[in-house]
Write a protein that binds this ligand. Structure first.
Ligand SMILES: *Cc1c(COP(=O)(O)O)cnc(C)c1O
Length: 401
């Protein structure tokens, strides 16, 4: 089936059968305002020039595309390159989207930024961008997550953000999203909701995809420079789906390039023990979008689990659901213990401590590399660095002993 590069959603915000805008009336006005503002701003070259300049001078782009020689030799198959998003300012790809949306907020005349965060990575990226633009920043975070991620709470506060604990529901990410939406409805005039992944109601999936697509554009140029041809496969982890759609987007029209998303297999593909929406989920409606979600027979959201907080989410960005159903991308999963193994492997073979999220992409690469043969070029999107995860890895190693 023909798929357009950077295919935009239709006027109702649908990517194929997925996406849309399933929100209460009160949220329609700010979403329409946002959509109009983005449609206007994204037509202006001056906007993209300013964004590019910030990505260079503040974020430190472009990030390298590095040949992972020792990993390649160790696995004995595909030639593996790493797209080093771990080297971006604040240690992951999330800052690309945060900077893009801050510019959008400024264009709309907003002076107050709100965001949700799970483990705190998106909160830190948002607090960073808000500080750099002199905007006030409120981050909603589940009380449970705040207790688990104290260092990121402190980091956000150092950057001048107010971190508000959310005590509703499971006191985690999805409750923080709901709380941020509640705030937005009451403060539309001066507030922009800076959503952290390529999901939620239209127009967020498209906006976030566009801001993350710099990863794919760079990787495409870089692999052509290194190898004189396009890669055979691209592997990226999929939480909400922003780093994956960011790198996939530049290759969607190149149907010879395999696009492989890797979800969190947790401890088992059984209800409540994983977050692999394409292995255990089915289409439904969740937090403003129609997409694959993990749900019980009544359509209620299932509990999820992953060793990696960034992949631990019930729904997935709607463009991935479209790519899945078109079979343009395939979606695998890696278990917690496979990701942990990959974490250690990359640290020892390449001197890079990857985020536990990114470790899922490495783990899947470990499974397939040998079977692919030496002429196969494979790019792994290394979405972030693993300093934030050292405590979790240490705890896990202790439990295993
Ligand atoms: C948040 C995060 C992810 C998951 O989010 P996506 O939107 O799926 O990219 C992956 N890797 C890192 C390092 C993250 O911080």
């Amino acid at each position: 089936m023909k798929v357009n590069t950077n295919s935009n959603p239709d006027a109702r915000g649908y990517f194929g059968a997925f996406g849309g805008r399933f929100v209460p009336d009160t949220l329609m006005a700010p979403l329409i305002e946002l959509e109009k503002a983005y449609n206007e701003l994204s037509q202006k070259q001056s906007f993209w020039d300013e964004f590019a300049s910030l990505l260079k001078n503040f974020v430190g782009r472009e990030t390298p595309l590095q040949y992972a020689q020792r990993l390649t030799e160790h696995l004995g198959g595909a030639k593996i390159y790493l797209k080093r998003e771990d080297l971006a300012h604040t240690g992951a790809h999330k800052i690309n989207n945060a900077i893009g949306q801050i510019l959008l907020a400024r264009h709309m005349g907003k002076t107050r930024i709100i965001a949700e965060t799970g483990a705190g990575q998106h909160g830190v990226a948002t607090a960073t961008a808000a500080a750099a633009f002199g905007m006030s920043c409120v981050v909603y975070m589940g009380a449970e997550d705040m207790a688990r991620q104290e260092m990121n709470v402190f980091r956000m506060r150092l950057l001048g953000a107010e971190v508000v604990p959310v005590h509703n529901g499971s006191k985690t990410l999805k409750d923080a999203v709901s709380e941020a939406m509640r705030d937005w409805v009451s403060n539309i005039a001066d507030t922009h909701y800076l959503l952290g992944s390529a999901l939620g109601p239209h127009p967020y999936p498209r906006i976030v995809r566009d801001f993350q697509s710099v990863i794919g554009r760079e990787a495409r140029e870089q692999i052509l420079e290194h190898e004189g041809r396009l890669p055979d496969s691209i592997v990226a982890c999929v939480g909400g789906g922003s780093n994956a759609i960011g790198i996939f987007s530049a290759f969607i029209n190149d149907t010879n390039v395999n696009l492989i998303g890797v979800e969190a297999g947790g401890t088992a593909i059984k209800p409540g023990q994983h977050a692999a929406r394409f292995s255990g989920g089915k289409p439904g409606i969740f937090q403003g979008m129609k997409t694959y979600i993990l749900q019980n027979a009544d359509g209620q959201a299932e509990q999820t689990h992953s060793v990696s907080a960034g992949l631990d989410y019930t729904g997935v960005g709607p463009e991935h659901s479209m790519l899945h159903d078109l079979k343009r991308a395939s979606y695998a999963y890696a278990y917690d213990d496979e990701a942990l193994k990959a974490f250690h492997l990359l640290a020892r073979l390449e001197g890079i401590i990857p985020a536990l999220e990114s470790s899922h992409a490495i783990a899947h690469t470990c499974k397939i590399a040998k079977g692919l043969g030496k002429n196969h070029l494979l790019i792994v999107n290394l979405s972030g660095r693993g300093d934030k995860d050292i405590g979790i890895v240490q705890k896990y190693s202790g439990e295993k002993k």
